[in-house]
Design a protein around this ligand. Structure first.
Ligand code: PHB
Length: 398
């Protein structure tokens, strides 16, 4: 029957991305009920191509909490990356420098695993349900939404978590209507492709070149993901396959690339953002809704998971013992990592990309910076520590 429907839960989560689903999973393991809503269909969530690199502790959390067994069987461990500049590759050996590695396991596979685990636990996931507004009257919090049939739905909860990405609706309940925060825009974007081909290199290649940046990444033995720096307004359909391959090859030369049919293209805009406030009353923000990083440091999904580890612990104390102290300290507890990741993502971005206004001085200085990093063990170790991820305190969650 049409009309306003309602639901009651302990924690209402807006957004079924990695942060929202992982939070629901960790709460469920502690006996705390949640409802997750997302405006997209399950199919869209599970098939949209996103990031691919998981830090070691993200993998540990996914595998040891039963969220994903496939990450260890289907993911690939990477013990280093190659930094290329001035026509030469330099390996950053993560294992030797930090004893840690990362895993290549695409975000949509993480989402597939998390959705299956949530449904197997009998948890409520409502797809095609769009949040309109989040309210907090002091006694309870509410998500006002529109359900899959276009009917209004109100979810009343003890706590609401905004996990709805960079175009968040929930954010306003914490930051105010202007969605205030700290921003940085970049004058370039990435042109990303997926192609059917074997891998062109055993590890990811991050390449600085006079033509601009390129990243040679992977998806599987037969599918590769590659990116090249482009103008943010570029129409990805305007380039021929030959043009794309020539541009990629010029940027990693003389390293050869194995070409194959390109079956997907997209343009990713770059932005750095941290919300002015991450929690208020009965509402908290996690993941891209709280902060966005440019993709050059491979930090986005890992940072979202790190927020959730801290918030899950805080919500457990709140729901079980009515103890708000960890909720009060959620923002300072996560901000140190957030700003370290902001710095690392900005640093990798500015070191590897060519800005449109770069002078010859800027270009030579950039090569000096790259040379300083690869020729110093301290430089390589900083990169390796940041890329493999600062350790997470998982003990009370496993
Ligand atoms: C990806 O494979 O999509 C990817 C890998 C590393 C990055 C960014 C994206 O830094």
């Amino acid at each position: 029957m049409p009309g306003v429907s309602s639901a009651r839960t302990q924690v209402a989560i807006v957004g079924a991305g990695p942060a929202g689903l992982m939070l629901s999973h960790l709460l469920g393991a502690a006996g705390i009920e949640s409802i997750v809503i997302d405006k997209r269909t399950r199919e869209a969530i599970q098939t949209t191509v996103r990031a691919g690199i998981l830090e070691a502790d993200t993998v540990r959390l996914l595998s040891q909490t039963g969220a994903s067994s496939r990450v260890l069987s289907d993911g690939q461990r990477h013990d280093g990356i190659e930094l290329r500049f001035a026509g030469t590759g330099h390996r950053i050996d993560f294992m030797a420098l930090t004893g840690r590695s990362v895993w290549l396991y695409p975000q949509h596979e993480v989402l597939r695993d998390l959705i299956a685990a949530r449904l197997a636990d009998g948890q409520e996931l409502r797809f095609e349900t769009e949040a309109v507004r989040v309210e907090d009257d002091g006694a309870v919090a509410r998500v006002l939404a529109t359900d899959a049939d276009g009917e209004p739905l109100t979810i009343t909860a003890d706590f609401v978590v905004g996990a709805d990405g960079s175009r968040s609706v929930a954010r306003r309940a914490v930051t105010g209507p202007a969605g205030e925060g700290y921003f940085r825009e970049y004058p370039f974007a990435w042109f990303g492709i997926l192609c059917e081909a074997p891998a062109s290199a055993p590890e990811l290649i991050y390449s600085n070149s006079p033509e601009g940046f390129a990243l040679i990444s992977q998806r599987s033995a037969t599918v590769q993901r590659m990116y090249l720096q482009c103008d943010p307004d570029l129409d990805p359909q305007s380039w021929s396959e030959e043009q794309i391959w020539e541009a990629l090859e010029a940027r990693v030369a003389p390293h050869p690339l194995i070409r194959g049919p390109i079956f997907q293209r997209d343009v990713l805009r770059f932005r750095s953002y941290v919300a002015s406030s991450l929690s208020s009353g009965r509402v908290a923000l996690v993941g891209d809704c709280a902060h966005t990083v440019p993709p050059t440091g491979a930090k986005g999904m890992n940072l979202a998971i790190a927020d959730v580890v801290v918030l899950a612990r805080a919500l457990r104390a709140l729901m079980r013992k009515r103890d708000r102290s960890l909720i009060e300290s959620y923002e300072p507890d996560v901000l140190e990592r957030v700003w370290k990741a902001q710095h690392f993502s900005w640093w990798m971005t500015q070191m590897l990309h060519l800005t449109p206004e770069a002078s010859e001085f800027d270009r030579r200085r950039q090569l000096g910076e790259l040379q300083s990093v690869v020729s110093s063990e301290a430089g390589r170790r900083y990169l390796a520590e940041a890329y493999t991820g600062w350790p997470l305190d998982l003990e009370s969650l496993l």
